[in-house]
Design a binder for this molecule. Structure first.
Ligand SMILES: [Zn+2]
Length: 281
C-alpha cells in the first residue's frame, strides 16, 4: 500500500507552499503538535512537495518523484523513527538503511501505524546513517529530504558524541540541497541542543470532517478496527479529538498523552519561548 492520503492541514500546507515559492523554507524544521495528528505524514507530504518535478499545484501526484514518494521508496526521501536496538550494536549505515526499509514496508502494509513501543529509540546507528547519507548528493531528485519522527526518542550517549556532534552540525547548517524535518509530540522532551537548532512549526489538531476523511481511508479503517476502537464513526471522531492516530493504540495512547501533557505543562512553566529558533518563513 502507498502512504495514506493526507487530509487537512491546509493552512500549513499553503504556508509551506508560500515559503517554497519565496525560497524561504528553513533547512531544518521541527513539526510539533498533538500525538496522532499526522505530523510525520505532513512531513512526508512536504518532502514529496519539495521533490516533485510536476506542474503546480504541487505535489502533482503523478510524476516519478511523487509516485516513489507515495510508495515509500524514493531514494531521496528518507524516513527515520524509533527502532529496536539492532543485534549488531555497531550496525553500519547500510545495515541501518536495510532495517528502515523493512520498517517502512511494515508501516505501509496498511499505511496506518501506532506509536512505537516505549523501548524503541532513535539510536546512534540511525544518527550515523543520517549523517552519512546527508553528505552524499541526491540520487534522483534535485534535493534530499530527511523526516525523523518521534524525535524526542533520540538517544545521544553511550559513545555517540562524534555522531551527535555531526548531527548537530547538520541541523545547524544543512547542505543547500537538503531539508531536515523532525517531528515530536513532546517538544519539551527534545534534547535542548537539537531543539535550539530547529525552526518550530506547530501542527494543530484536525477538524472533525478531516478526521472523518482520514478514518474513511480503507487502511486506516482496518487498522482502527484491529486496535479495538469504538465501531461507530461519530464515536471514533469524538475519541480522536482531532488526532485520528490516537485510535490506533488503545490504552497506550492514554498514558502517552498524559505524559506528553505533563511535559508540555512543565515546559510552559519554564522559558519555552526561548527554546526554538525564532525563524519565520
Ligand atoms: Zn509530482
Amino acid at each position: 500500500m502507498p502512504l495514506l492520503p493526507l487530509h487537512g492541514h491546509k493552512t500549513l500546507r499553503s504556508r509551506f507552499d508560500d515559503a517554497i515559492a519565496r525560497d524561504a523554507l528553513p533547512g531544518s524544521l521541527l513539526l510539533h503538535g498533538p500525538l496522532g495528528v499526522g505530523k510525520q505524514r505532513l512531513a512526508l507530504w512536504l518532502g514529496q512537495r519539495l521533490l516533485c518535478s510536476g506542474v503546480d499545484p504541487r505535489p502533482c501526484g503523478r510524476c516519478q518523484h511523487c509516485r516513489y514518494s507515495l510508495a515509500g521508496t524514493h531514494p531521496d526521501l528518507h524516513w527515520y523513527f524509533p527502532r529496536p536496538r539492532l543485534k549488531d550494536s555497531d550496525a553500519s549505515p547500510a545495515q541501518t538503511e536495510e532495517d528502515f526499509r523493512d520498517a517502512i514496508n511494515d508501516r505501509l502494509k496498511t499505511g496506518a501505524y501506532g506509536p512505537p513501543p516505549p523501548e524503541e529509540g532513535i539510536l546512534v546507528n540511525t544518527i550515523r546513517a543520517i549523517v552519512f547519507s546527508a553528505a552524499m548528493a541526491p540520487a534522483l531528485a534535485a534535493r534530499k529530504v530527511y523526516v525523523v519522527g518521534d524525535a524526542e526518542r533520540m538517544v545521544m550517549r553511550d559513545g555517540a558524541e562524534e555522531s551527535a556532534g555531526a548531527f548537530l552540525k547538520l541541523l545547524e547548517e544543512p547542505p543547500s540541497r537538503a531539508t531536515i524535518i523532525l517531528t515530536t509530540s513532546e517538544p519539551g522532551a527534545l534534547i535542548p541542543t537539537i531543539r535550539s537548532r530547529l525552526v518550530a512549526v506547530r501542527v494543530p489538531a484536525l477538524g472533525a470532517s478531516d478526521v472523518e476523511a482520514v478514518l474513511a481511508e480503507p487502511g486506516m479503517r482496518d487498522a482502527v478496527a484491529a486496535a479495538g476502537a469504538p465501531s461507530r464513526v461519530d464515536e471514533q471522531v469524538r475519541v480522536a479529538n482531532g488526532a485520528p492516530g490516537t485510535l490506533l493504540s488503545g490504552a497506550e495512547w492514554g498514558d502517552a498523552r498524559a505524559r506528553a501533557r505533563r511535559l508540555l505543562d512543565a515546559a510552559a512553566g519554564g522559558a519555552r519561548g526561548e527554546q526554538s529558533r525564532p525563524g519565520r518563513f
